[in-house]
Every structure is written in structure tokens, then in C-alpha cells.
Design a protein around this ligand. Structure first.
Ligand SMILES: [Zn+2]
Length: 665
């Protein structure tokens, strides 16, 4: 049911499971990912402007076309009334495409900000400047935002969170491995080039780049690792202003909170206390002159994508090419479209669902979700490792999971967002300011349960532990995830697993620490928790042993939550499929495959993708999701139904004896 917006009539619709995409020279028991996807992978090399290309990206391309239609219509609408979302979408998009003006402006849009930084003298001045930047949604040094109190999930409280780094992970600053060293050396060159672009001579630019590296390395040293950030308990440190002042005494917190407009300072969560103590210390020991360099870098780095081509190209050369291996930038219309869709998310989303989201899709989803819930309940009831006491709590949590499909019932009101024809950069700044004010306004108030954390046009889904809810934006309800008219096996293998995956997040190593109300509270019998941990350790080891590119490994601990969700997702969706097909013949073939086979093939094709080596290395370090290949192969060989579906033998390469299969949910 994909809607294509090209003028050509669409070629004959591809069958949901197409044997032409498979590589049947490989045995399903030797490498199921390759068996299911081999021919597709060979015939779909990665386009230059992608670092990874697979099912998500193909659907993403469809999405671009749909959104382009919306943007094009809005951009030509000369009669859009001032202040309407249509006018805002039009002007945001058009200023972004006006490269003549952007080129002419050079870095004029940030000159006033750079001049302010130049005028700073003391470390107190630096703190004031940091405060001013935070007040408008730019975050040197650390992050500030509002979100649910982890132990009182009905209330929004202020949150302080580590940050301040230009590179995407602390380990890149500290790692001794060849890739981290290479990234550091390229980063130094990149920062220097950006300083040259704002008029510094090469010698000074080189020195300044070193200063940025030193400061960021200092921040990296006091930052928590990604693994440490996965522990909700150690990242929950609720305190009041006085306690924060004691924890990080060398920063004037009262002035800071006043400056950003936070009036309620009794309850603030400090995500990483060690970071804030260290950050405040650094702020006092490093001279103001060096901090000015760091602040300048932050302004340029953040603005680069909205400035003239020199900035934009250099920005891409580092973040696109060095880090991810892309050789070409996406066409400008796509980049501007993404920015517009990001800044005016629900305004664009409203037009998107009107045009592209069939109401039947929502009905079908709700019924699928109910079947998945029933299947998980049945599986929890039947677990042999969990006591009845904990089972009762788990089922109560499952039954309370809230479900959102398609789009929000209540849209964000954008009337106070100022978007005009002045400049692309200014529009971006104003959109950010709107979001900051909106966020700030929520602090100290009850959580709005109708809010969405993703826009309808996002190809993704999520579980929110504080709201105990699963959310499926309209854009994911399309092939290869969701087929309005295909057989159950295909849908349960794709969107069914996605639903099961999101539900399982409520019961993964992080999610299980939240109760049915979304509060961080232990509802487990100690013995059950111990058994759960023993099994999740096996799963972590299983992934850590999975090899990619001969010498790389998945980090089984970093990806544990996602892997638990994948394993749960496949098992729950398969149980749900069996229930849905009760009384029907599952061995009957469609396009040459039985229903159980179609289920697993559908699952495998969702995760097919080609990925550049650099992007793979980056993701293995930064991404809590395992690579597509592992998401298929580390899962299916743990699922008994898969062995039956494809008659897997002990002589097959990835065969695992029945008593070694990992089962959690
Ligand atoms: Zn997930």
C-alpha cells in the first residue's frame, strides 16, 4: 500500500516475500541473514550519500517523496496567512533552499554571537555566557531539559545531564585504539579548518583546535561511559539547589537557574554527579581565554549546517565522511526538508497523516497489538524461571501498557514560533527557542500523557518507561514493516515483532526496573531477578562473541536491552501468529513458503542492510542496537520454531543444541 508520488505509474507491486531477494545457495542453518537477503544485498550497493542502506532507508526514500510533496505545495503557497503553520513550513523550507542568500551571508548570522564571546574577560563571564547560551537552547558544557521524575513519573522535573563534547562519544578522546587515534587527528584538523573559516590564520586556528581538544578531553575524562548511562539508578540523583551547589561548588548554580528561567529549584535530577563536580572544577582551573575558544567552537559547530557552503562542506567532510564513510552529501532539498520536518514536527505531521495515513491501518494495528499483548501474557504465565508473585506484577504491568498509533490526538500549538523570510539560520534559532520555552514551561507540572516523543512522519517506534507506553508513528506502518493486505505470517514477522520488541522493552534489563506506573521501583522477587540476570548474561555473551568484518565484535552489554527486546519480540510475535492462525493450515505455502518460513523471512528482511566499515565501527561503539546481521542471526538460532520451520540440523554452522537456546520472555 505504499503511496508513491512519482509521476510514473508504479511497477507491479513486489510480493511481500520475494525469493529473488534471497541467496538460496546458502543454507538457512549456516547464515540465515544471508540466505534471506543475499541477492538483495548484492543488488543494492550503498548510495554515496548513505552510510548504511537497507529496509529502513528504502522506506525513508518513500518518506522523502511524500514529505517533498507536502513541502512543495506549502513552499509555493503565496497566500498562506501569516502566523499559520503553512506559512511557517513555507518560509522555513524556502529560506533553507535560498542558497544565493545563504552564500552571500557567509557567517554573518553568527557574528554577533562571536563578538559577545570576544568581549568576555573572566571565568564568571564565561559562566554567564554558558547560561545565556543554554537559555536559547544551545548547550556548551552540559545539557539541561525537563522530563518525568523517574520515581514520581506523573511530574516533570528539571534534569541536568552530561555533555559538552564535539565528538559523539567520550571514548574517542580517551581510547588507545587505532580508530580513536585516527578520529582525534582528523577532528583536530577539522576544528582548525572551521576556525580558519571564521577568519583565523592557520597557526592560530591550529592552536585553538588544540585548546578545544584539551578542554573536551577534560570533560570526556569526567563523563560516564555509555554503559554507565544505561543504569537508571546511578543516573538518578534528585537534589535541591543547595545540594547541587555543594556537589559542584565552583559554579554559581543560583545565577545559572535564574538566568535560564528556572524558578522551581527544589527538585532537580543531576544525571551524573561526577561529571558536574568535574565540569565545575574545570571551569575554574582553565583560563577564560581558553574557554572563549571553546565557546567560539560551539557556536560555529552548531551553526555550520545553516551557513554558507564552506562551513557546510567542512562539517560534512568530518561528520559525514570521516566518521561515517559517506562520500556525498544528501541533496540540499532533503537536508532542508529534514530540518523543517524536525523543527515543525507536528505541523508537518498533521499534513502528512491527512494525506498518507489510511484509517484502516490504525484499526489493523490496534488488533495486532491486542493479539501481541495476549501472547505475552500467555508466555509470562508459562515461564518456568519466574515465581508466581513476580508474574502477577509483570502481567499487571503488561496490562497497563498504554498504546499510541499513528499520530497524537492533540497537536502542538506552534502559534508562538517565529518563522519568517529573514534567514534560514534565524528560523532554526527561533524554532529551537520555541522548543526550549515549551520544555521549560512543563517543569514542575504534571506530565502530559497525550504527548508524543516522535513525529508521525518518523520511521520508527518506541517504548517510554516513565509512561509505560508503546508508540507507533504513522510512517512505520508501511512495507516492509506493515502490509495492509498481506498474510498474517508476513505482518507478524515484521510489524508484529516491532510491537513485541517495544513491549519487551518494558521488561528488558532497564525497563524491568520501572513499575506499571512508570516509576523506578523494584517489583521483583530477589530470586527471580537473579535468574533473569543469569539469562541476560548468556545473551550478552552470545552477542559479544558474534564477529563482524573478521575482527569486530558486538558489545553485548551495551546492546543488551535491544537484544532482549528483539528476542522477546520474535518469540511473542510467533506465539501471537500461532494464535491468529489457529484452525488454519500453517504449512500451506504462499509464493513458495509456509507461514512459519514467511514469518522468519519477513523478520530477516526488515533488518537487511549494507553498511560502510566506518559506519559499522561507529555504531558498534555508539549504538545501543546491534547491526542488522546480528539482529537476525543472534536471534533466530535461539528460537525453537525457527529450527522446525527450516529443518535446521546439528551439522548446520549456526545450530545450537536445544538445551542451550536462550529464552527470556
Ligand atoms: Zn528498541
Amino acid at each position: 500500500m505504499t503511496t508513491t508520488m512519482s509521476c510514473k505509474p508504479k511497477a507491479k507491486e513486489e510480493p511481500a516475500i520475494n525469493a529473488a531477494n534471497m541467496d538460496t545457495t546458502i543454507k538457512p542453518g549456516d547464515n540465515f541473514y544471508q540466505y534471506a537477503n543475499g541477492a538483495w544485498l548484492k543488488s543494492h550497493p550503498i548510495p554515496n550519500d548513505y552510510s548504511r542502506y537497507g529496509a529502513f532507508e528504502v522506506l525513508g526514500e518513500e518518506n522523502y517523496k511524500q514529505l517533498q510533496t507536502i513541502m512543495d505545495e506549502a513552499s509555493k503557497d503565496k497566500n498562506a496567512e501569516a502566523g499559520t503553520v503553512r506559512q511557517k513550513i513555507r518560509d522555513f523550507y524556502n529560506t533553507g533552499l535560498d542558497t544565493v542568500k545563504i552564500e552571500k551571508d557567509g557567517f554573518n548570522p553568527i557574528k554577533a554571537e562571536l563578538a559577545k564571546i570576544d568581549a568576555l574577560k573572566t571565568n564568571e563571564d564565561i559562566q554567564k555566557m554558558v547560561t545565556q547560551r543554554h537559555a536559547v537552547g544551545s548547550y556548551p558544557l552540559f545539557y539541561f531539559f525537563g522530563s518525568a521524575d523517574e520515581k514520581n513519573s506523573n511530574m516533570v522535573i528539571a534534569q541536568l545531564y552530561q555533555g559538552g563534547l564535539g565528538l559523539p562519544d567520550r571514548d574517542y578522546y580517551l581510547g588507545d585504539d587505532a580508530r580513536s587515534k585516527e578520529i582525534r587527528s582528523e577532528y583536530l584538523k577539522h576544528v582548525a579548518k572551521m576556525f580558519e573559516l571564521i577568519g583565523e590564520d592557520p597557526t592560530q586556528a591550529g592552536k585553538d583546535a588544540t585548546t578545544v581538544m584539551q578542554i573536551e578531553t577534560g570533560l570526556a575524562k569526567v563523563s560516564s561511559t555509555r554503559l554507565e548511562l544505561r543504569d537508571p539508578i546511578s543516573n538518578y540523583n534528585k537534589m535541591n539547589l543547595d545540594a547541587i551547589q555543594k556537589m559542584a561548588p565552583k559554579f554559581d548554580w543560583a545565577s545559572y537557574f535564574k538566568g535560564i528561567g528556572l524558578t522551581k529549584t527544589e527538585e532537580i535530577n543531576v544525571g551524573q554527579t561526577k561529571f558536574f563536580t568535574g565540569m565545575a572544577e574545570l571551569l575554574n582551573t582553565i583560563p577564560a581565554e581558553q574557554w572563549k575558544v571553546y565557546l567560539r567552537w560551539n557556536v560555529v559547530n552548531e551553526a555550520a549546517a545553516y551557513l554558507s557552503s564552506g562551513f557546510e562542506k567542512e562539517n560534512f567532510a568530518f561528520f559525514g565522511t570521516v566518521l561515517s564513510g559517506k562520500t556525498a552529501q544528501k541533496p540540499r532539498w532533503k537536508r532542508v526538508l529534514s530540518e523543517t520536518s524536525g523543527s515543525l514536527g507536528e505541523a508537518v505531521g498533521q499534513l502528512y497523516v491527512e494525506k498518507y495515513f489510511p484509517p484502516q491501518a490504525k484499526e489493523r494495528m490496534i488488533s495486532l497489538i491486542n493479539n501481541l499483548k495476549a501472547a505475552l501474557k500467555e508466555r509470562i504465565t508459562g515461564l518456568t524461571w519466574m515465581s508466581d508473585v513476580t508474574k502477577k506484577e509483570a502481567i499487571a504491568k503488561l496490562e497497563k501498557i498504554n498504546v499510541k498509533v499513528g499520530y497524537p490526538d492533540k497537536w502542538i500549538d506552534y502559534s508562538s514560533m517565529q518563522i519568517g523570510t529573514n534567514s534560514y539560520y534565524e528560523n532554526m534559532v527561533n524554532a529551537t527557542l520555541f522548543n526550549v520555552k515549551r520544555d521549560m514551561n512543563k517543569i514542575g507540572k504534571p506530565v502530559d500523557r497525550t504527548e508524543w516523543g516522535m513525529t508521525p512522519q518518523t520511521v520508527n517506534a518506541y517504548y517510554n518507561p516513565n509512561m509505560n507506553e508503546i508508540v507507533f508513528p504513522a510512517a512505520i506502518l508501511q512495507p516492509p514493516f506493515f502490509f495492509l493486505n498481506a498474510d498474517d505470517a508476513v505482518n507478524y514477522g515484521a510489524i508484529g515483532v516491532v510491537i513485541g520488541h517495544e513491549m519487551s522493552h518494558g521488561f528488558d534489563d532497564q525497563g524491568r526496573q520501572y513499575d506499571k506506573e512508570g516509576n523506578l521501583r523494584d517489583w521483583w522477587q530477589a530470586e527471580d531477578a537473579t535468574k533473569f540476570q543469569a539469562q541476560t548474561k548468556s545473551l550478552a555473551d552470545h552477542y559479544s562473541n558474534y564477529k563482524l568484518l573478521d575482527s569486530l565484535h558486538v558489545d553485548g552489554n551495551l546492546t543488551l536491552g535491544e537484544n532482549i527486546a528483539d528476542l522477546g519480540g520474535v518469540n511473542i510475535a510467533y506465539t501471537a501468529l500461532q494464535k491468529a492462525m489457529e484452525g488454519k493450515d500453517m504449512s500451506e505455502k504462499i509464493d513458495g513458503f509456509t507461514s512459519p518460513q514467511r514469518f522468519f523471512l519477513s523478520y530477516a528482511q526488515v533488518w537487511r542492510n549494507n553498511i560502510r566499515d566506518k559506519e559499522l565501527m561507529r555504531r558498534l561503539k555508539e549504538d545501543v542496537h546491534s547491526p542488522g546481521e546480528a539482529r537476525v542471526n543472534c536471534i533466530v538460532y535461539n528460537v525453537p520454531a525457527f529450527y522446525q520451520a527450516f529443518s535446521i540440523k546439528p551439522t548446520d554452522k549456526m545450530y545450537r543444541p536445544a538445551d542451550q537456546l536462550i529464552k527470556i520472555w
